[in-house]
Design a protein around this ligand. Structure first.
Ligand SMILES: Cc1ncc(COP(=O)(O)O)c(C=O)c1O
Length: 416
Protein backbone atom coordinates (compact mmCIF):
# COMPACT_ATOMS: atom_id res chain seq x y z
CA UNK A 1 0.00 0.00 0.00
CA UNK A 2 1.36 3.45 -0.88
CA UNK A 3 1.13 6.08 1.85
CA UNK A 4 -1.52 8.75 1.63
CA UNK A 5 -0.06 11.28 4.08
CA UNK A 6 -2.40 11.18 7.10
CA UNK A 7 -2.08 13.74 9.89
CA UNK A 8 0.24 13.37 12.92
CA UNK A 9 -0.64 11.30 15.96
CA UNK A 10 -0.03 12.32 19.60
CA UNK A 11 2.97 14.56 20.29
CA UNK A 12 6.18 12.60 20.34
CA UNK A 13 4.67 9.58 18.57
CA UNK A 14 5.41 8.86 14.94
CA UNK A 15 2.18 8.77 12.99
CA UNK A 16 1.88 6.14 10.29
CA UNK A 17 2.25 8.27 7.15
CA UNK A 18 4.08 11.36 8.37
CA UNK A 19 7.61 12.17 9.47
CA UNK A 20 9.39 15.19 10.89
CA UNK A 21 12.08 17.02 8.97
CA UNK A 22 13.63 20.51 9.28
CA UNK A 23 10.39 22.02 7.88
CA UNK A 24 8.17 20.37 10.46
CA UNK A 25 5.72 17.60 9.83
CA UNK A 26 5.75 16.26 6.25
CA UNK A 27 3.99 13.44 4.46
CA UNK A 28 6.19 10.41 3.86
CA UNK A 29 7.46 10.04 0.27
CA UNK A 30 4.68 8.45 -1.78
CA UNK A 31 6.97 5.63 -2.90
CA UNK A 32 7.70 4.45 0.63
CA UNK A 33 5.62 1.31 1.13
CA UNK A 34 3.57 1.40 4.31
CA UNK A 35 2.21 -2.00 5.17
CA UNK A 36 -0.86 -1.56 7.29
CA UNK A 37 -1.29 -4.17 10.00
CA UNK A 38 2.21 -5.59 9.69
CA UNK A 39 3.84 -5.80 13.10
CA UNK A 40 7.30 -7.23 13.71
CA UNK A 41 7.39 -10.87 14.80
CA UNK A 42 7.33 -10.97 18.60
CA UNK A 43 10.07 -13.16 19.97
CA UNK A 44 9.11 -14.83 23.25
CA UNK A 45 10.13 -13.06 26.46
CA UNK A 46 13.58 -14.43 27.29
CA UNK A 47 14.70 -11.98 29.93
CA UNK A 48 16.63 -13.75 32.67
CA UNK A 49 14.26 -15.14 35.27
CA UNK A 50 14.44 -17.01 38.55
CA UNK A 51 12.36 -19.67 36.84
CA UNK A 52 13.81 -22.62 34.99
CA UNK A 53 13.13 -21.61 31.38
CA UNK A 54 11.80 -24.59 29.50
CA UNK A 55 9.62 -22.60 27.12
CA UNK A 56 12.23 -21.46 24.59
CA UNK A 57 13.69 -24.72 23.22
CA UNK A 58 17.22 -23.67 24.11
CA UNK A 59 19.86 -26.33 24.66
CA UNK A 60 20.13 -27.19 28.37
CA UNK A 61 22.71 -29.94 27.94
CA UNK A 62 25.80 -28.21 26.58
CA UNK A 63 28.64 -26.56 28.42
CA UNK A 64 29.98 -23.70 26.33
CA UNK A 65 32.50 -22.04 28.63
CA UNK A 66 35.50 -23.78 27.08
CA UNK A 67 34.46 -22.54 23.62
CA UNK A 68 35.56 -19.05 24.57
CA UNK A 69 39.12 -20.44 24.45
CA UNK A 70 38.72 -20.54 20.64
CA UNK A 71 38.88 -16.76 20.71
CA UNK A 72 42.45 -16.89 22.08
CA UNK A 73 43.47 -17.58 18.47
CA UNK A 74 42.25 -14.09 17.50
CA UNK A 75 44.19 -10.89 18.03
CA UNK A 76 43.30 -7.22 17.72
CA UNK A 77 44.32 -7.24 14.04
CA UNK A 78 41.68 -9.85 13.28
CA UNK A 79 39.07 -7.45 14.56
CA UNK A 80 40.21 -4.56 12.39
CA UNK A 81 40.24 -6.64 9.20
CA UNK A 82 37.34 -8.10 7.24
CA UNK A 83 36.86 -11.86 7.69
CA UNK A 84 39.08 -13.64 5.12
CA UNK A 85 37.05 -14.10 1.92
CA UNK A 86 33.88 -13.37 3.90
CA UNK A 87 32.54 -16.61 5.31
CA UNK A 88 35.30 -18.91 4.07
CA UNK A 89 36.46 -20.09 7.51
CA UNK A 90 33.02 -21.45 8.43
CA UNK A 91 31.98 -22.32 4.88
CA UNK A 92 35.03 -24.56 4.36
CA UNK A 93 34.30 -26.33 7.61
CA UNK A 94 30.65 -26.92 6.63
CA UNK A 95 31.64 -28.23 3.19
CA UNK A 96 34.14 -30.56 4.77
CA UNK A 97 31.74 -31.91 7.39
CA UNK A 98 28.61 -32.20 5.26
CA UNK A 99 29.98 -32.94 1.80
CA UNK A 100 28.69 -29.80 0.09
CA UNK A 101 30.41 -27.36 -2.30
CA UNK A 102 30.88 -23.66 -1.41
CA UNK A 103 28.45 -22.68 -4.22
CA UNK A 104 25.78 -24.68 -2.40
CA UNK A 105 26.14 -22.93 0.97
CA UNK A 106 24.52 -19.77 2.32
CA UNK A 107 25.36 -18.60 5.85
CA UNK A 108 23.16 -16.07 7.60
CA UNK A 109 22.06 -14.77 10.99
CA UNK A 110 20.24 -17.90 12.02
CA UNK A 111 17.72 -20.10 10.32
CA UNK A 112 15.09 -17.44 10.90
CA UNK A 113 17.00 -15.02 8.65
CA UNK A 114 17.37 -17.75 6.02
CA UNK A 115 13.64 -18.46 6.10
CA UNK A 116 12.98 -14.75 5.58
CA UNK A 117 15.41 -14.60 2.65
CA UNK A 118 13.88 -17.69 1.01
CA UNK A 119 10.30 -16.46 1.31
CA UNK A 120 11.44 -13.11 -0.09
CA UNK A 121 13.21 -14.80 -3.01
CA UNK A 122 10.65 -17.45 -3.94
CA UNK A 123 7.25 -16.04 -3.01
CA UNK A 124 5.79 -13.07 -4.82
CA UNK A 125 2.51 -11.56 -3.56
CA UNK A 126 -0.33 -13.98 -4.20
CA UNK A 127 1.90 -17.06 -4.59
CA UNK A 128 0.91 -20.12 -2.57
CA UNK A 129 2.98 -21.60 0.22
CA UNK A 130 2.02 -25.00 1.62
CA UNK A 131 2.39 -25.30 5.40
CA UNK A 132 1.93 -28.39 7.54
CA UNK A 133 0.19 -27.27 10.68
CA UNK A 134 0.71 -27.31 13.58
CA UNK A 135 3.91 -25.58 12.60
CA UNK A 136 6.13 -22.78 13.85
CA UNK A 137 4.04 -19.58 13.73
CA UNK A 138 6.94 -17.69 12.13
CA UNK A 139 6.25 -19.46 8.80
CA UNK A 140 2.74 -17.98 8.71
CA UNK A 141 4.10 -14.59 9.67
CA UNK A 142 6.65 -14.58 6.82
CA UNK A 143 4.16 -15.70 4.19
CA UNK A 144 1.59 -13.18 5.30
CA UNK A 145 4.13 -10.38 5.46
CA UNK A 146 5.19 -11.15 1.90
CA UNK A 147 1.57 -11.11 0.69
CA UNK A 148 1.64 -14.82 -0.15
CA UNK A 149 -1.21 -17.23 0.41
CA UNK A 150 -0.60 -19.87 3.09
CA UNK A 151 -2.43 -23.13 2.37
CA UNK A 152 -2.53 -26.05 4.79
CA UNK A 153 -1.86 -29.76 4.81
CA UNK A 154 -2.47 -30.76 8.44
CA UNK A 155 -0.33 -33.30 10.22
CA UNK A 156 -2.04 -36.53 11.17
CA UNK A 157 -2.57 -37.40 14.85
CA UNK A 158 -1.48 -40.99 15.48
CA UNK A 159 -0.80 -43.11 18.57
CA UNK A 160 2.75 -41.81 18.75
CA UNK A 161 1.86 -38.16 18.14
CA UNK A 162 1.61 -35.87 15.13
CA UNK A 163 3.07 -37.20 11.88
CA UNK A 164 3.48 -36.15 8.27
CA UNK A 165 1.05 -38.06 6.07
CA UNK A 166 2.74 -38.70 2.67
CA UNK A 167 -0.54 -39.29 0.80
CA UNK A 168 -2.08 -36.12 2.18
CA UNK A 169 1.06 -34.17 1.30
CA UNK A 170 1.09 -35.55 -2.22
CA UNK A 171 -2.59 -34.63 -2.69
CA UNK A 172 -2.07 -31.11 -1.28
CA UNK A 173 0.96 -30.52 -3.53
CA UNK A 174 -1.07 -31.64 -6.57
CA UNK A 175 -4.07 -29.54 -5.56
CA UNK A 176 -2.36 -26.28 -4.65
CA UNK A 177 0.77 -26.48 -6.82
CA UNK A 178 2.51 -24.22 -4.31
CA UNK A 179 5.61 -22.21 -5.12
CA UNK A 180 7.09 -23.30 -1.83
CA UNK A 181 6.38 -25.77 0.91
CA UNK A 182 7.95 -25.39 4.34
CA UNK A 183 8.56 -28.59 6.26
CA UNK A 184 9.86 -28.61 9.82
CA UNK A 185 11.93 -31.72 10.37
CA UNK A 186 12.00 -32.11 13.33
CA UNK A 187 8.89 -29.97 13.43
CA UNK A 188 8.17 -27.35 16.08
CA UNK A 189 5.95 -27.83 18.16
CA UNK A 190 5.21 -31.49 17.41
CA UNK A 191 8.77 -32.94 17.35
CA UNK A 192 8.16 -35.34 14.43
CA UNK A 193 10.39 -35.62 11.35
CA UNK A 194 9.77 -36.29 7.69
CA UNK A 195 11.30 -39.53 6.42
CA UNK A 196 14.07 -38.55 3.92
CA UNK A 197 12.76 -41.12 1.43
CA UNK A 198 9.29 -39.57 1.52
CA UNK A 199 10.85 -36.14 1.02
CA UNK A 200 12.81 -37.40 -1.95
CA UNK A 201 9.78 -39.07 -3.57
CA UNK A 202 7.57 -36.01 -3.12
CA UNK A 203 10.25 -33.59 -4.32
CA UNK A 204 10.85 -35.64 -7.46
CA UNK A 205 7.12 -35.89 -8.16
CA UNK A 206 6.56 -32.13 -7.68
CA UNK A 207 9.58 -30.45 -9.31
CA UNK A 208 7.85 -27.07 -9.63
CA UNK A 209 7.73 -26.65 -5.87
CA UNK A 210 10.70 -25.70 -3.71
CA UNK A 211 10.81 -27.90 -0.59
CA UNK A 212 12.22 -25.80 2.22
CA UNK A 213 13.17 -28.20 4.99
CA UNK A 214 13.72 -26.46 8.30
CA UNK A 215 16.17 -28.75 10.11
CA UNK A 216 16.87 -26.36 12.97
CA UNK A 217 16.32 -29.14 15.54
CA UNK A 218 18.41 -31.73 13.71
CA UNK A 219 20.87 -33.78 15.78
CA UNK A 220 19.04 -34.53 19.02
CA UNK A 221 17.69 -37.87 17.82
CA UNK A 222 21.21 -38.98 16.84
CA UNK A 223 19.82 -40.37 13.56
CA UNK A 224 21.94 -40.10 10.42
CA UNK A 225 20.63 -38.12 7.43
CA UNK A 226 21.41 -38.67 3.74
CA UNK A 227 24.54 -36.85 2.55
CA UNK A 228 23.83 -33.24 1.57
CA UNK A 229 25.50 -33.55 -1.86
CA UNK A 230 23.36 -36.56 -2.71
CA UNK A 231 20.13 -34.81 -1.64
CA UNK A 232 20.92 -31.75 -3.76
CA UNK A 233 21.86 -33.71 -6.87
CA UNK A 234 18.83 -36.08 -6.72
CA UNK A 235 16.34 -33.40 -5.65
CA UNK A 236 17.59 -29.95 -6.71
CA UNK A 237 14.29 -28.41 -5.56
CA UNK A 238 15.08 -29.30 -1.92
CA UNK A 239 16.69 -26.63 0.28
CA UNK A 240 18.00 -27.71 3.69
CA UNK A 241 18.06 -25.11 6.46
CA UNK A 242 20.21 -25.74 9.51
CA UNK A 243 21.10 -23.80 12.60
CA UNK A 244 23.74 -23.70 15.30
CA UNK A 245 21.15 -22.45 17.82
CA UNK A 246 19.71 -25.70 19.09
CA UNK A 247 21.77 -28.90 18.91
CA UNK A 248 25.02 -26.92 18.82
CA UNK A 249 23.81 -24.69 21.67
CA UNK A 250 24.96 -21.45 20.03
CA UNK A 251 21.76 -19.42 19.81
CA UNK A 252 23.72 -16.42 21.11
CA UNK A 253 26.01 -16.17 18.08
CA UNK A 254 23.16 -16.32 15.54
CA UNK A 255 24.33 -18.63 12.79
CA UNK A 256 22.21 -20.61 10.36
CA UNK A 257 23.22 -22.15 7.05
CA UNK A 258 21.36 -23.36 3.99
CA UNK A 259 22.38 -26.04 1.54
CA UNK A 260 20.80 -25.60 -1.88
CA UNK A 261 21.52 -26.54 -5.47
CA UNK A 262 23.85 -24.10 -7.24
CA UNK A 263 21.04 -22.97 -9.55
CA UNK A 264 18.73 -22.31 -6.63
CA UNK A 265 21.52 -20.42 -4.87
CA UNK A 266 21.69 -18.03 -7.83
CA UNK A 267 18.25 -16.73 -6.83
CA UNK A 268 19.55 -16.13 -3.33
CA UNK A 269 22.54 -13.92 -4.12
CA UNK A 270 20.89 -10.94 -2.46
CA UNK A 271 20.84 -12.85 0.82
CA UNK A 272 24.62 -13.47 0.87
CA UNK A 273 26.24 -11.24 3.50
CA UNK A 274 28.65 -9.32 1.28
CA UNK A 275 31.65 -9.27 3.62
CA UNK A 276 30.72 -12.37 5.59
CA UNK A 277 29.54 -12.82 9.14
CA UNK A 278 31.58 -11.95 12.24
CA UNK A 279 35.01 -13.56 12.53
CA UNK A 280 34.33 -14.14 16.25
CA UNK A 281 31.19 -16.10 15.47
CA UNK A 282 32.92 -18.11 12.75
CA UNK A 283 35.77 -19.07 15.08
CA UNK A 284 33.40 -20.28 17.82
CA UNK A 285 31.19 -22.12 15.32
CA UNK A 286 34.14 -24.01 13.83
CA UNK A 287 35.40 -25.00 17.30
CA UNK A 288 31.99 -26.51 18.12
CA UNK A 289 31.48 -28.23 14.75
CA UNK A 290 34.95 -29.80 14.80
CA UNK A 291 34.33 -31.42 18.18
CA UNK A 292 33.14 -34.87 17.16
CA UNK A 293 32.53 -36.09 20.74
CA UNK A 294 30.08 -33.28 21.40
CA UNK A 295 27.38 -34.69 19.11
CA UNK A 296 27.18 -38.16 20.68
CA UNK A 297 27.20 -36.75 24.20
CA UNK A 298 24.37 -34.27 23.66
CA UNK A 299 22.18 -36.70 21.71
CA UNK A 300 22.56 -39.31 24.47
CA UNK A 301 21.70 -36.85 27.24
CA UNK A 302 18.68 -35.52 25.40
CA UNK A 303 17.39 -39.00 24.68
CA UNK A 304 17.74 -40.13 28.26
CA UNK A 305 15.96 -36.99 29.48
CA UNK A 306 13.08 -37.73 27.12
CA UNK A 307 12.96 -41.35 28.27
CA UNK A 308 12.91 -40.37 31.95
CA UNK A 309 10.09 -37.96 31.36
CA UNK A 310 8.13 -40.55 29.35
CA UNK A 311 8.67 -43.19 32.03
CA UNK A 312 7.31 -40.94 34.76
CA UNK A 313 4.36 -39.63 32.77
CA UNK A 314 3.37 -42.96 31.27
CA UNK A 315 1.31 -44.34 34.23
CA UNK A 316 -1.06 -41.39 33.99
CA UNK A 317 -3.62 -42.42 31.34
CA UNK A 318 -4.86 -38.86 30.75
CA UNK A 319 -1.46 -37.69 29.51
CA UNK A 320 -0.10 -38.49 26.06
CA UNK A 321 3.46 -37.76 25.11
CA UNK A 322 4.25 -37.23 21.42
CA UNK A 323 7.47 -38.96 20.33
CA UNK A 324 10.05 -36.28 19.56
CA UNK A 325 13.26 -36.04 17.55
CA UNK A 326 13.97 -32.62 19.05
CA UNK A 327 15.05 -31.18 22.42
CA UNK A 328 11.43 -30.61 23.43
CA UNK A 329 8.35 -32.73 23.87
CA UNK A 330 4.72 -32.02 23.14
CA UNK A 331 2.45 -33.27 25.90
CA UNK A 332 -1.28 -33.78 25.27
CA UNK A 333 -3.28 -33.13 28.41
CA UNK A 334 -7.02 -33.46 28.98
CA UNK A 335 -8.87 -30.69 27.10
CA UNK A 336 -9.00 -27.40 28.98
CA UNK A 337 -6.13 -28.30 31.32
CA UNK A 338 -2.92 -27.22 29.57
CA UNK A 339 -2.99 -23.63 30.81
CA UNK A 340 -3.72 -24.72 34.38
CA UNK A 341 -0.80 -27.16 34.29
CA UNK A 342 1.45 -24.47 32.84
CA UNK A 343 0.43 -22.19 35.73
CA UNK A 344 1.15 -24.91 38.28
CA UNK A 345 4.60 -25.47 36.79
CA UNK A 346 5.23 -21.75 36.92
CA UNK A 347 4.25 -21.68 40.60
CA UNK A 348 6.68 -24.57 41.13
CA UNK A 349 9.46 -22.55 39.46
CA UNK A 350 9.44 -23.59 35.82
CA UNK A 351 8.23 -22.01 32.55
CA UNK A 352 6.80 -24.13 29.74
CA UNK A 353 4.72 -23.15 26.68
CA UNK A 354 1.03 -23.78 26.01
CA UNK A 355 0.50 -24.54 22.32
CA UNK A 356 -3.19 -24.05 21.66
CA UNK A 357 -3.26 -24.81 17.94
CA UNK A 358 -6.60 -26.64 18.08
CA UNK A 359 -8.40 -24.24 20.43
CA UNK A 360 -8.85 -26.98 23.06
CA UNK A 361 -6.13 -25.95 25.52
CA UNK A 362 -4.61 -29.41 25.58
CA UNK A 363 -0.99 -29.11 24.48
CA UNK A 364 2.13 -28.18 26.41
CA UNK A 365 5.54 -27.86 24.80
CA UNK A 366 8.29 -28.58 27.27
CA UNK A 367 11.99 -28.13 26.51
CA UNK A 368 14.03 -31.11 27.65
CA UNK A 369 16.66 -30.55 30.32
CA UNK A 370 18.99 -32.68 32.45
CA UNK A 371 17.14 -35.52 34.16
CA UNK A 372 17.10 -34.01 37.64
CA UNK A 373 15.17 -31.05 36.24
CA UNK A 374 12.87 -32.87 33.83
CA UNK A 375 11.89 -35.33 36.57
CA UNK A 376 10.77 -32.40 38.72
CA UNK A 377 8.62 -31.20 35.82
CA UNK A 378 7.03 -34.63 35.61
CA UNK A 379 6.38 -34.70 39.40
CA UNK A 380 4.78 -31.32 39.29
CA UNK A 381 2.46 -32.36 36.44
CA UNK A 382 1.60 -35.66 38.11
CA UNK A 383 0.79 -33.95 41.38
CA UNK A 384 -1.56 -31.63 39.51
CA UNK A 385 -3.21 -34.55 37.76
CA UNK A 386 -3.66 -36.52 40.95
CA UNK A 387 -5.30 -33.55 42.65
CA UNK A 388 -7.76 -33.39 39.77
CA UNK A 389 -8.78 -37.02 39.98
CA UNK A 390 -9.81 -39.59 42.53
CA UNK A 391 -6.46 -41.30 42.11
CA UNK A 392 -4.06 -40.99 45.03
CA UNK A 393 -0.58 -39.73 44.18
CA UNK A 394 1.15 -42.92 45.26
CA UNK A 395 -0.75 -44.98 42.72
CA UNK A 396 1.65 -43.56 40.14
CA UNK A 397 4.66 -45.81 39.87
CA UNK A 398 7.41 -43.28 40.40
CA UNK A 399 10.39 -45.65 40.27
CA UNK A 400 12.97 -46.81 42.80
CA UNK A 401 14.13 -43.41 44.05
CA UNK A 402 10.66 -41.88 44.22
CA UNK A 403 10.63 -41.27 47.98
CA UNK A 404 13.76 -39.19 47.83
CA UNK A 405 12.65 -37.29 44.76
CA UNK A 406 9.16 -36.63 46.10
CA UNK A 407 10.66 -34.88 49.07
CA UNK A 408 12.85 -32.69 46.89
CA UNK A 409 11.75 -29.10 46.58
CA UNK A 410 10.96 -28.37 42.93
CA UNK A 411 12.31 -24.87 43.12
CA UNK A 412 15.67 -26.13 44.33
CA UNK A 413 15.90 -28.69 41.61
CA UNK A 414 14.76 -26.31 38.87
CA UNK A 415 17.39 -23.83 39.93
CA UNK A 416 20.23 -26.30 39.30
C1 LIG B 1 11.40 -24.43 13.76
C2 LIG B 1 12.37 -23.32 14.05
N1 LIG B 1 13.17 -22.90 13.05
C3 LIG B 1 14.06 -21.90 13.27
C4 LIG B 1 14.18 -21.30 14.52
C5 LIG B 1 15.15 -20.18 14.71
O1 LIG B 1 16.42 -20.62 14.42
P1 LIG B 1 17.66 -19.60 14.49
O2 LIG B 1 17.99 -19.40 15.92
O3 LIG B 1 18.72 -20.33 13.75
O4 LIG B 1 17.24 -18.35 13.82
C6 LIG B 1 13.36 -21.72 15.56
C7 LIG B 1 13.48 -21.07 16.88
O5 LIG B 1 12.92 -21.42 17.86
C8 LIG B 1 12.43 -22.75 15.32
O6 LIG B 1 11.62 -23.19 16.29
Amino acid sequence: MKNSGKSRGKKGQASENVWENGNGSQPLPSWLPVKSGSAPYQMPDNRPSKHCMLHLNENHFADNDHLLGALDTLDGQDLSKYPVLGNSELCDCLCDLYGARPEEVLIQLGCSALLGAMVEAFVEPGARVLLHRPAWSYYDYLVQNRGGEAVDCPLELTESGYQYCPDRMDAALAKYQPRLTIIGSPNNPTGNSLDPEVLSTLAQKHPETIFLVDETYLGFSGRQRPAVGETLSCTPNVVLLRSLSKFHALAGIRIGFAFAHEQVMKSLQAAQPTFGISVIDQRIAVARLRNRRYADKIAAQCLSSQRSFARLIQPCPELHLCASDANFVLLRTPAGKATAIRDRLQADGCLVAVKDFDGLDQHLRITLAPEVVIEQVAWSILRFMSEQSERKPLEFRFGPDSGERQNAQPRTAFAQ
